[in-house]
Design a protein around this ligand. Structure first.
Ligand SMILES: NC(=O)c1ccc[n+]([C@@H]2O[C@H](COP(=O)([O-])OP(=O)(O)OC[C@H]3O[C@@H](n4cnc5c(N)ncnc54)[C@H](OP(=O)(O)O)[C@@H]3O)[C@@H](O)[C@H]2O)c1
Length: 320
């Protein structure tokens, strides 16, 4: 099969297309013929081996994972003897970070619990966008105790995670304010945001509005700015963004959570149940992936570079 491989850590140029053996499946695995994959920020971290603690898992000097990529959608080609949920021909989507990655290839072997049946109303391209970004948005909002009637602010709303977060927050019947730059205001409104704040013109922290739940998906703001915009018993959840945004949530979050407000963070763990929930949201019309660009398998390096540049609007898909 064709796969995009690399032998060393480095920029996207280290990736090249190669002929490799189709992966073998164990008793609990499913062999999927990949139709589409999607790119995530985690790809370039894995590719470059940064930040350095990443290498404790990914290999200190030489990368353990030759084929990167986490999110896939495709057909079931074969199943191991203990697999009960799927059979050959099923259309599935799933996430591979806990089974050795490998999405940028014509076939992957995945444990059955990391897959779910593809939403019936989505294309393979659309379904491949869901696992990492959708689960991050869902688990971040859940961590912030999302419920009906809350006022929710989503900072960094226009990227892969943010476009899912806006829609999932709306599915809980909340009032959603999306923070993005000028070029994404219309997209935010089209996916259901009640209010938009253009961060190039206005500052959510000084507008005088308070929010019950703030999801910091991207951007570079101080935790004190987020605190200023939080209600007296509100929740702040950080899922990504600049090193400062990450570090402050980890360092000061526990301290700031000693009062009535809560400051937490989420490292998403995609799982079968949450994939099913995303599928249901799609099939009931509450969730629709926003795709920015598509790249062919032979040009995964451009897909990863585009995501690394940090200005994707919605998700970036690799068609296989
Ligand atoms: N915790 C987890 O488990 C987890 C999982 C996945 C991703 N992440 C992290 O979450 C973050 C977002 O991931 P993603 O996939 O959504 O990334 P992404 O798709 O690459 O995000 C790009 C978007 O962010 C917007 N953006 C850039 N700078 C901004 C700023 N200063 N303020 C507001 N928006 C800004 C960009 O819009 P403009 O260019 O128009 O500004 C663009 O639309 C990344 O840091 C990623 O590493 C964490």
């Amino acid at each position: 099969m064709k796969a995009v491989v690399r032998e060393k850590y480095g920029p996207p140029d280290v990736l090249h297309l190669e002929e490799v053996p189709v992966p073998a499946i164990g008793d609990g695995d499913v062999l999927v013929s990949v139709r589409a994959a999607s790119a995530n920020a985690g790809d370039w971290h894995l590719l470059r081996g940064t930040p350095l603690p990443f290498r404790l898992v990914a290999g200190l000097r030489t990368p353990r994972f030759r084929i990167i990529g986490t999110d896939i959608a495709g057909h079931v080609e074969a199943v191991g003897r203990n697999v009960t949920r799927f059979r050959p021909g099923d259309e599935v989507f799933g996430e591979l970070s806990r089974s050795g990655f490998g999405a940028y290839a014509e076939f992957v072997a995945a444990p059955e619990q990391s897959l779910a049946l593809k939403p019936r109303n989505l294309t393979f391209d659309e379904a491949a966008t869901l696992p990492t970004a959708g689960c991050t948005a869902l688990q971040g909002l859940r961590n912030g105790r999302i419920r009906r009637g809350l006022r929710v602010l989503i900072s960094g709303a226009s990227g892969g995670v943010g476009t899912f977060a806006v829609q999932i927050a709306k599915s809980f019947e909340t009032e959603v304010t999306a923070v993005c730059s000028t070029r994404s205001l219309d997209v935010m409104r089209s996916i259901g945001a009640d209010h938009v704040i253009d961060y190039t013109k206005d500052d959510f922290a000084t507008l005088g509005q308070r929010y019950d739940l703030i999801l910091a998906v991207n951007g570079d703001r101080s935790i004190w700015d987020y605190r200023r915009a939080l209600t007296a018993d509100g929740c702040y959840v950080m899922t990504g963004g600049s090193n400062r945004q990450l570090a402050e949530a980890l360092l000061f979050g526990p301290l700031l959570s000693m009062g009535r407000q809560r400051f937490g963070n989420v490292l998403a763990k995609p799982n079968h149940d949450d994939l099913l929930l995303l599928k249901e949201l799609c099939e009931t019309g509450q969730l629709k992936p926003v795709i920015d660009r598509r790249f062919p398998l032979s040009d995964v390096s451009s897909a990863v570079r585009y995501v690394e540049d940090g200005h994707a609007r919605g998700k970036v898909v690799v068609t296989v």
